[in-house]
Design a protein. Structure first.
Ligand SMILES: Cc1ncc(COP(=O)(O)O)c(C=O)c1O
Length: 472
């Protein structure tokens, strides 16, 4: 037997007899090589072999860790297949119940839409807020009314430019979070009774927004990896003549789907051909795990038909409520709607973000956050693979912090949500994400709380609850 195989078997034995425990870190390659008198290459090949057997797991920049048991590979959820019908939306009560449950701090936040606040640079932000309040000039209150603080808009535009995306400061209207930006954009392009095309499943606040404005929803088949199906979208646009399409091109909530760049371009061309505006929700765009930020559809929009919305809520400062719209042809309308509804986003929040963004720590923070989230994704997927039943399907997103699961038929995730809440665990059941109550077996899991020691045990509890529901 070759040296590396013998060393791998020795380590496997230590795992089997419990000397090396689940979650324990193996010695670094250099350390093992020095201690055992083996070459680094031999140690590395042994580790790779154990990794291939599913006994250990490499975590980028942290080392190799023992895995609980060889994970059972789970399949991917299929592309959704809603019928091409327009539906009135009535989801308010269900959505409110979920949001009320996850607000309580003793609840394990698997149903939450936010990352752990402890992953965010709260101290630096507080410093920025204090400094900007000390410098606050009362005259600025007027200068920073909608469309918003000019320096903040310049800094946001600069970040887009840095990623090769042509957005000008003049194109931006600062809002109270992305949600307000999305709502104002929807209001700008629709009239009550109109139809809007959504992904299936879609972010539940899109359903709330449609309900509020008395709009009908058409849900279009969406692939958990590559996003909305363009042929189905084309057919739905021809059939329903919608006032708008509302979707997410990157790290879609809840699927985590990311449209390949060529499809984004095709999407913009398709909608331009039909003269239909696109409301693009890009709140997770900065949370990519790959080398570069996926370019939003806005980057391919040459005639102002894309209304692009984003915010700092998911990666920096949720409570500051600063978002923006780059609304193309509708910029002036959105600015007017913002003025008419609340005059402006809060001036201290705008100034604090100007101070923070000028400081230069944002890039470092984002790199660390992406790294942490990609590791968290892997450990939660591992836990799901260990504890959830065969037949569960799961996504593996390349950004953001949501997993989408489809449980075996017969498991209603609203029943699971109730059972989980009784154990102080929040969940987002699949029906939340559809106007038509589709996805009764679907589940969105937030993995953005890796610093919360309750999360992995909660996944094990869910596995047991699912077994219980399956036996009923
Ligand atoms: C997909 C999506 N869009 C928009 C928002 C709202 O973002 P903000 O907090 O900036 O209003 C959220 C937050 O949950 C979200 O998940």
């Amino acid at each position: 037997m070759t040296l590396y195989k013998r060393y791998a078997d020795e380590l496997a034995q230590l795992v089997a007899d419990g000397t090396l425990q689940v979650g324990e870190r193996l010695p670094s390659v250099r350390e093992a090589s020095r201690r055992r008198g083996l070459s680094e290459m031999t140690v590395l090949r042994a580790y790779h072999l154990l990794e291939a057997r599913g006994l250990i797991l490499a975590r980028p920049r942290s080392g190799y860790f023992v895995q609980a048991r060889p994970p059972r590979p789970l399949g991917r959820p299929p592309r959704s297949a809603p019928p091409p019908l327009a539906t009135a939306v009535d989801k308010g009560a269900q959505i409110h119940a979920l949001l009320a449950a996850i607000r309580q701090p003793h609840i394990v936040p698997l149903g939450s839409a936010f990352p752990s606040p402890r992953l965010l640079p709260l101290k630096a932000l507080h410093g920025a807020l204090n400094r900007s309040l000390r410098r606050l000039d009362p005259l600025r209150t007027v200068a920073d009314l909608s469309p918003g603080n000019p320096e903040l808009r310049r800094l946001i535009a600069l970040r887009y430019r840095g990623d090769g995306i042509a957005v000008d400061a003049d194109d931006l209207v600062i809002t109270d979070g992305a949600l307000e930006a999305l709502n104002l954009c929807l209001q700008a392009v629709t009239r009550p009774g109109d139809t809007v095309i959504l992904e299936s499943p879609t972010f539940y606040a899109a359903l709330q927004a449609l309900e509020r404005l008395h709009l009908k929803a058409v849900e279009v088949p969406t692939d958990p990896d590559t996003g909305i199906d363009l042929d189905a979208l084309d057919a739905a646009v021809r059939q329903h003549r919608p006032a708008a399409v509302w979707l997410m091109t990157s790290f879609q909530n809840p699927l985590g789907a990311t449209m390949p760049e060529a499809r984004r371009q095709a999407l913009v061309r398709l909608l331009a051909g039909h003269d239909v505006p696109l409301i693009e929700d890009d709140v997770y765009g900065e949370l990519y795990y790959g080398a570069t930020r996926p370019k939003p559809a806005k980057a391919f929009d040459s005639d102002g038909r894309v209304l692009h919305c984003a915010s700092f809520s998911k990666c920096l400062a949720p409570g500051y409520r600063i978002g923006w719209a780059a609304a193309g042809r509708w910029t002036a309308t959105v600015e007017r709607l913002k003025l008419g509804s609340s005059l402006s986003a809060a001036v201290p929040s705008q100034l604090a973000l100007v101070d923070y963004l000028s400081g230069g720590g944002y890039g470092r923070h984002l790199r660390k956050l992406r790294d942490t989230l990609s590791q968290a994704r892997d450990s939660v997927i591992d836990a799901v693979q260990q504890h959830f039943p065969a037949g569960t399907r799961i996504t593996r997103p390349e950004g953001g912090y949501f997993l989408w699961l489809e449980l075996p038929a017969g498991i209603d995730t609203r029943a699971l949500q109730q059972a989980a809440l009784a154990r102080d665990i929040s969940l987002a059941p699949g029906t939340l994400f559809s106007a038509r109550e589709d996805f009764r077996h679907g589940l969105r899991l937030n993995y953005g709380h890796p610093d919360d020691p309750r999360v992995l045990p909660a996944i094990a509890t869910l596995g047991a609850l699912i077994d219980g529901l399956a036996r009923r």
